[in-house]
Design a protein around this ligand. Structure first.
Ligand SMILES: [Zn+2]
Length: 252
C-alpha cells in the first residue's frame, strides 16, 4: 500500500513535469475585456487555477455541476470564449474540478450538459460508460495526479449500447465491448414486464444498473480512488441523462 502511494507520488511529479503544471504555475486569466459589448458577449474568459481547484470540496464541485445543468436547461448557459488567447492561458496547466465518464453518444454533449468550459472537466467516453484498465488509469490520473474532486458516471436515455447488450448483438469488436454491460442485465432480472430493447422502462433500468455496476467496479478495482473516497477527498456519483429534457437523475 505504502509503496503504491510512493509510486503515485513519483508519477505525479513526473507527469506534472511532463505537462508543465505545478502549484507555482500561474494562470494569467484575461478577465478584462476591452468593451461592454465583449463583456456581454463573452461571459466566461476564465480558466481554472490550482488555488481555485484546491479551495473546492467534492460537494461544492457537485453543486457547481448541478447548477451548470440548471443553466443548460434554462437556456441561460454561459457564452464561452474559445479564442487562441484562452487556449494559450490554458497551456499554463490544467486544474479541472471533475472527471465525467460518459457514453459515446453524440447526443450527450458532456461539457454543455454541465455548462463547463476549457480546463473545467476531464471527459472519458466509451459506448456504455463502463470502466476498463485504461479508463481507471485515466480516472486515477484525473483525481490523484491532477486534483479533480468528483467522478461522475453518466449513462443516458435511449442508449444504443444498452439496447445492443440487451439484444445480445454480435458484431466484430462490438461483441466484446457489450460484454461489459451484461452484468447490468443480470442485475435487472427481477424486472416485471417485457425485458426487451423496445421497452423503455427496461432499457432505463439496465442503464441505471450499468451506472451502479460501473461505480462498484471503480471502488473494487481502484485502491487509489477507493481510498480517496474513504478519506472524502473525492466523491463518486452516478447520473442518468434524459435526452429529451436535458435533465439529470441522480443514481443512489
Ligand atoms: Zn449510450
Amino acid at each position: 500500500m505504502i509503496n503504491s502511494f510512493i509510486k503515485v507520488a513519483a508519477l505525479a511529479i513526473t507527469i506534472q513535469a511532463f505537462i508543465g503544471c505545478n502549484s507555482s504555475t500561474k494562470n494569467e486569466n484575461p478577465q478584462t475585456t476591452t468593451s461592454e459589448t465583449q463583456k456581454t458577449t463573452y461571459k466566461n474568459r476564465h480558466v481554472m487555477t490550482k488555488s481555485e481547484q484546491d479551495s473546492l470540496t467534492p460537494d461544492q464541485v457537485l453543486q457547481e455541476l448541478k447548477d451548470g445543468n440548471e443553466r443548460f436547461n434554462s437556456g441561460n448557459f454561459t457564452q464561452r470564449e474559445h479564442s487562441e488567447e484562452i487556449r494559450k492561458v490554458a497551456t499554463g496547466g490544467q486544474f479541472p474540478k471533475a472527471m465525467v465518464l460518459s457514453c459515446l453518444d453524440s447526443r450527450v454533449p458532456v461539457e454543455d450538459v454541465f455548462d463547463q468550459g476549457i480546463g473545467d472537466v476531464f471527459v472519458g467516453r466509451v459506448a456504455g460508460n463502463f470502466i476498463n484498465t485504461d479508463l481507471l488509469g485515466s480516472m486515477e490520473f484525473a483525481c490523484k495526479v491532477a486534483g479533480a474532486k468528483l467522478i461522475i458516471v453518466m449513462g443516458h436515455q435511449h442508449c444504443g449500447a444498452i439496447k445492443g447488450a440487451i439484444d445480445d448483438v454480435h458484431l466484430g469488436n462490438i461483441t466484446s465491448m457489450l460484454a461489459n454491460i451484461k452484468p447490468a442485465i443480470e442485475m435487472s432480472k427481477n424486472f416485471e414486464g417485457e425485458k426487451s430493447s423496445k421497452n423503455e422502462a427496461f432499457v432505463k433500468l439496465v442503464a441505471q444498473n450499468n451506472i451502479k455496476n460501473t461505480i462498484a467496479q471503480i471502488r473494487a478495482k481502484s485502491e487509489i480512488l477507493k481510498e480517496m473516497e474513504t478519506k472524502a477527498e473525492i466523491k463518486i456519483v452516478g447520473v442518468f441523462y434524459i435526452l429529451r429534457t436535458g435533465k439529470l437523475e441522480f443514481i443512489d
